[in-house]
Design a protein around this ligand. Structure first.
Ligand SMILES: C[S@@+](CC[C@H](N)C(=O)[O-])C[C@H]1O[C@@H](n2cnc3c(N)ncnc32)[C@H](O)[C@@H]1O
Length: 313
């Protein structure tokens, strides 16, 4: 299997130790290793936590409509690919019309392996890439335009929208396409959404990196709130997460071990935004993107959108 490591395991572990020492617990730690991969797949396959899996339907329904916008030859690059099930749905339709090369990108090396296995039987050129989304300028060196850049499974909502759209805009050319999906905010569903984030499996998913490094499961509590945030586009919602240490606990990280004292708060800077449809549109327009096609789920709870850079002049 063809795999490129822009980030090595040792580098990611060293970075993680640095974060832990600063009392920070970044989201990427949740997905690392065989256990992080298994935890995410268990969560994603459960009926308790349907944020990413509920978006699969939109892709299945709309893959043929999306295919009409693609060139005869292009590169498909999906970042935060996970096990690559959604990408497979798209690829099955796209290969019938186009000659394409597929890049499965994720910060978890084990996820990249899974994504490559997911398409192992398909007769396409494929490469796995271990990298952060933040490495986009380096990832771009690998692809040839036109490109279809994908962020699927609600990944779009896990980054600051201004940072994300500015970064993507800077790397794309005018004939490239950007595809993403997200769960939309509907006030009446706010409680349901909160409940999902408080589900037992999601709590375990968020605690496990500490548990597997030596913390007793009862010695830490995971907290999560869905909070309103006032912006110039109105109120958006964002999750806030943290880990509270209840009893002195020592965790291992690489060759280091780090002591956390009872009462310490470990900040988890990862978050998920919840937007309304007009807010997603406004962010896109503000950052120089135009809609090519937009698809909504029947109750308008989910959105899938194909965009490109708005031509200037
Ligand atoms: C919520 S999961 C979604 C996975 C998949 N797209 C799906 O729909 O099931 C997020 C994925 O992004 C990866 N990830 C997290 N932070 C990342 C980052 N900064 N850069 C690249 N990948 C990241 C994780 O390893 C994980 O596979």
């Amino acid at each position: 299997m063809n795999k490129i490591e822009l980030r090595t395991k040792a580098e990611l572990e060293a970075l993680l130790c640095k974060y832990f020492k600063q009392r920070q617990f970044p989201d990427y730690a949740l997905y690392l290793g065989d256990s992080g991969t298994k935890n995410w797949l268990d969560l994603d396959n459960s009926t308790e936590f349907t944020v990413a899996s509920s978006l699969t339907y939109l892709l299945r329904q709309n893959a043929p409509a999306l295919a009409r916008h693609l060139a005869k030859r292009f590169d498909m690059v999906s970042i935060g690919v996970g096990s690559g099930e959604k990408e497979r749905i798209l690829l099955e339709t796209l290969v019938k019309r186009s000659d394409l090369t597929y890049y499965a990108v994720d910060i978890s090396s084990e996820m990249v392996d899974k994504a490559l296995v997911t398409v192992a039987d398909m007769d396409i050129k494929k490469t796995g890439v271990v990298a952060f989304l933040e490495d986009l300028p380096r990832i771009k060196q690998l692809w040839t335009s036109p490109v279809l850049l994908c962020l699927l499974g609600n990944n779009f909502c896990n980054y600051d929208p201004d940072y994300l759209l500015e970064t993507v805009h800077a790397q794309l050319q005018y004939d490239d396409l950007f595809l993403f999906d997200c769960q939309l905010l509907q006030q009446q569903r706010k409680e349901q959404i909160e409940q999902m984030y408080h589900s037992q499996l999601n709590v375990y998913f968020n605690l496990d990196p500490f548990i597997r490094r030596g913390m007793n499961p009862d010695d830490g509590v995971f907290h999560l709130e869905l909070l309103p945030l006032e912006t110039d586009l109105g109120t958006i919602y964002r999750t806030k997460k943290w880990l509270e240490i209840l009893k002195d606990t020592r965790i291992s990280c690489g060759t280091d071990s780090i002591l956390f004292k009872a009462g310490e708060i470990i900040n988890m800077p990862g978050f998920t935004y919840k937007y309304t449809r007009p807010q997603v549109r406004s962010y896109l327009h503000r950052h120089g993107f135009q809609e090519v096609e937009l698809f909504l789920s029947p109750c308008e709870t989910n959105l899938l959108i194909l965009t490109r850079k708005t031509p200037t002049g």
